[in-house]
Design a protein around this ligand. Structure first.
Ligand code: TYM
Length: 337
């Protein structure tokens, strides 16, 4: 039983979202999704598929629709329980886009210009630097603030977006009185920044064009092991963490996040062994973790009617929570409702 229950305090709330812009990777799992599951017992959890965010980059409609379903099925497959947590699809709860407008009018052009993800993505998609790409952090702030969460479990790459959400909340509260709770990031000690297996100076990403750079959560066992065997390392042949060894350090980080072993324990385990043994061990351990998730995913994705029932129910519960905050914010600004 959690401390919260012992003291009869209401549970603290956790909220987070994931984009359906491709099959989630091992980075998404270790940086965020694993924590989503771990938090489910102790926290009141609200988790969403952030599909509105996905169209900041051009999407094919049929593919987007499929990816939204798949992402939802994957949330169930990793062990999220719709009886315990609110699981929903962002676009089915209109308050996200609505609050986003109020928040945009309280966000400065200058602060959005400083977002590193905007700078990266606008450089990569120079032919489509749309306004949504620029205001994306405001929509993300709206996703968060609507649910009054205490914690937001994310990987390290979302820290800056979380900081701007906090800044917007503090500013809004400063003008209109207490409307939003100011949440804390909840970032894991290991796995917060899983890097590409092919270029360990870049984060592992589901939109990487080189499929050997990332482990998709639905890759089969052989593919996972093959990708780890091909992972970029160095010529020293010594399993240790060091800034000049980003490839090996990344593999140690992954192995640590999956097994719970410390870096020192891992260095000892592979003392005197070559990279071949090490990479195989990492690959097999990751495959052991993802195999049951993939099997469970196959069962959920085959049952569209069940998925539909769950996401509609989830959207109803989410909207009940979101409306309260949205109405409060609107009234405070002076709207007549
Ligand atoms: P997204 O979809 O890119 O990633 C989902 C989650 O996975 C984490 N993550 C990683 N963690 C460790 N290593 C990696 N290589 C790695 N890649 C991704 C991300 O930090 C994230 O926690 N903007 C968000 C989605 C979002 C959101 C929100 C998150 C929309 N609204 C509200 C929190 C709260 C995004 O694009 O995540």
């Amino acid at each position: 039983m959690s401390d919260n229950n012992i003291t009869n305090q209401p549970k603290k709330r956790a909220l987070s979202c994931i984009q359906p812009s491709g099959t989630p990777t091992l980075g998404n799992y270790l940086g965020a999704l694993k924590n989503w599951v771990a938090m489910q017992e102790e926290f009141d959890c609200v988790y969403a598929i952030a599909d509105l965010h996905a169209i900041t980059v051009r999407q094919e409609p049929a593919k987007l629709r499929r990816q939204i379903h798949e992402a939802f099925a994957l949330l169930l497959a990793i062990g999220l329980d719709p009886e315990k947590s609110v699981l929903f699809i962002q676009a089915q709860v209109p308050e996200h886009a609505q609050l986003s407008w109020l928040l945009s009018c309280h966000t400065q052009f200058g602060e959005l210009s400083r977002m590193t993800q905007f700078k990266d993505k606008s450089a990569r998609h120079a032919d489509n630097v749309n306004a949504g790409l620029f205001t994306y952090p405001v929509l993300m702030a709206s996703d968060i603030l609507l649910y009054q969460p205490d914690y937001v479990p994310v990987g390290a790459d979302q820290k800056q977006h979380l900081e701007i959400a906090r800044d917007i909340a503090v500013r809004f509260n400063g003008i209109y009185g207490d409307v939003f709770k100011v949440p804390e990031p909840y970032i894991p000690k290991t796995g917060a920044r899983v890097m590409s297996l092919q270029d360990p100076t870049k984060k592992m990403s589901k939109s990487d064009e080189n499929i050997n750079g990332f482990i998709s959560m639905l890759d089969d066992r052989d593919t996972i092991i093959r990708k780890f065997k091909r992972a970029v390392t160095d010529s020293e042949a010594c399993v240790r963490v060091a800034p000049e060894k980003p490839g090996v350090s990344n593999l140690i980080g992954i192995y640590s996040a999956v097994t719970g072993k410390t870096e020192a324990e891992i260095e000892r385990e592979f003392e005197g062994k070559g990279y071949g043994d090490f990479k195989l061990a990492v690959g097999e351990t990751v495959a052991d973790t993802l195999d049951p998730i993939r099997a469970s995913f196959e069962r959920y994705i085959a049952d569209k009617a069940y998925l539909e029932e769950l996401y509609h129910k989830g959207a109803d519960s989410a909207e009940r929570l979101a409306r309260k905050t949205y109405f409060k914010a609107m009234k405070k600004v002076g709207y007549v409702l």
